[in-house]
Design a protein around this ligand. Structure first.
Ligand code: SF4
Length: 478
């Protein structure tokens, strides 16, 4: 247990993969003995402490380096281990208290695994020498805030933002003005659109998948295929997308950081483009603790969703892979991200979403919304940050078929919580629960379609694909 950090360390500190020189090993040990108790440092060798309010983000079991995931519990604890506070919630709280919340916007890189377990202090000393020790000390002691920040960044930003990453806090508009998919075209044209989700099959047969696609296709602009949702294996999203293309439907390829690496993601994106998939939705993915047994690694993802967006945007707009190689035919993509407006608190969530928009998100699909009036605060925050007009927002809705399903979503699905009044309505409905579930969805749609900044809805069918036609028709979105 450390002195200043809010939670106990998730896992022991890293060790280097290769044997380092004795002097480096001694330096690394000294760094660990000091930074471990103070900040919960795990010796990732890629230190970000200045940007994370001096709380080590490596305490997060998902290894998130760019903000919280959508799974914080109502008590602000981590859903992977509810006995501890969400480390990112603590980082945000401290940053807000110290007025440093804008520093949280900087897009931070994934780990360079060749450096884990090694010291960062050696790099700091070398960089200070490069800048000039006297100049650095006088800058840090200066009363001029701008001068102080500049000299600080000249040392620490160089270390935390390697050449291969070059993350910043700025918004990067997509270079091409030409829409690459029907979804993008319609959203840009100002249409209020409907997207939906078809559940991927658990077997290798595609008959039911094709039937479901045919069932929803006439009523929606695009169809999402989840990537092993709830960490349970099913047919891959990319295969379902290809089946959809063969059926002349427009797919949205979902890719979860949980099951991929930086290499795997870049290859998947080139492949998806080659077979005609143009919409992609980046999610971090539910932790394996929510999935099937035996539980696979709960510890780390190689890249988080913000990093995915940053890499994809650069592949498309700058035509480069993460390693700097040029891509001859760069992929054309409409890039999206998921958001949970109520998972932590709308003010904090807006910071994370601002970061995603800066990184490259062009559209958002929200988590399930049952209380549309609560969206206003989040939308206000996005507007205040001047990013509401830089992203298309599709509100997630789901027809509840039963009270049992409502309870399951409320208690078991990370980031989803149903208001008491909705749970009561579903319980009271008894045998008419499916009808009540549809009415709730229609009410939500009626409310959100009048909200400024909302550009459509995303119907998560929860395996009830046949209801899409009715929802679209009765909500007047046909
Ligand atoms: S809730 Fe999510 S972001 Fe927070 S510590 Fe747990 S896994 Fe990390």
């Amino acid at each position: 247990m450390s002195v200043f950090k809010p939670a106990r360390r998730w896992q022991p500190a890293f060790y280097p993969f290769k044997k380092e020189k004795l002097s480096k090993r001694i330096l690394a040990k000294t760094e660990l003995w000091i930074k471990g108790p103070l900040f919960g440092c795990r010796m990732c060798g890629n230190c970000l402490l200045q940007e994370t309010a001096f709380i080590c983000p490596m305490e997060c079991p998902k290894g998130m380096r760019n903000g919280p995931c959508g799974g914080i519990t109502p008590e602000k604890n981590c859903y992977v281990d509810e006995t501890r506070k969400c480390v990112w919630y603590a980082i945000y709280q401290r940053a807000l208290k110290t007025g440093r919340e804008e520093t949280l916007l900087e897009i931070l890189p994934p780990l360079d695994w060749n450096r884990v377990g090694t010291d960062t202090w050696g790099d700091v000393v070398r960089q200070i020498r490069k800048v000039g020790t006297g100049k650095f000390i006088s800058g840090v002691l200066s009363n001029d805030k701008e001068k102080k920040n500049k000299i600080w960044d000249s040392v620490f930003k160089t270390i935390r933002q390697p050449e291969w990453w070059k993350g910043d806090r700025d918004y990067h508009q997509a270079l091409s003005c030409e829409p690459v998919s029907d979804l993008e075209k319609r959203l840009r044209a100002g249409e209020f659109i409907v997207a939906t989700e078809v559940t991927p099959p658990t077997g290798a047969g595609t008959d039911k998948l094709i039937r479901d696609i045919e069932l929803v296709k006439p009523f929606v602009t695009a169809i999402n295929f989840t990537d092993s949702s709830s960490a349970r294996p099913k047919m891959s999203s990319i295969a379902c997308c290809k089946v959809a293309i063969d059926q002349k439907a427009e797919p949205v390829f979902q890719i979860a950081a949980r099951d991929t690496t930086r290499t795997g993601m870049q290859s998947a994106v080139i492949g998806m483009n080659a077979v005609g998939i143009k919409n992609i939705l980046c999610v971090t993915g539910d932790n394996p603790i929510t999935g099937s047994l035996p539980t696979s690694s709960m510890n780390f993802v190689d890249i988080d969703s913000v990093q995915m967006l940053w890499i994809l945007r650069r592949m498309r707009d700058e035509g480069i892979y993460l390693d700097g190689r040029n891509i001859r035919n760069s992929p054309k993509m409409f890039i999206g991200a998921a958001t949970s407006p109520f998972s932590s608190d709308p003010v904090l969530q807006a910071i994370k979403d601002h970061k995603k928009i800066n990184a490259g998100a062009q559209f958002f699909q929200t988590n399930l919304i049952f209380e549309p009036e609560s969206l206003d605060l989040w939308l206000e925050q996005l507007d205040k940050r001047n990013v509401l007009n830089k992203v298309f927002i599709l509100v997630g809705v789901a027809p509840l078929k039963s009270y049992k399903l409502a309870q399951y979503l409320h208690t078991k699905v990370p980031g989803v919580s149903l208001p008491e009044k909705i749970l009561k309505r579903m319980e009271k409905a008894g045998e008419s629960a499916p009808e009540e579930g549809v009415q709730i969805v229609l009410e939500v749609i009626d409310s959100v379609k009048r909200k400024q900044g909302i550009n459509g809805i995303h119907i998560m069918t929860l395996s009830w694909e046949s209801i899409v036609q009715r929802i679209v028709t009765e909500s007047g979105l046909g």
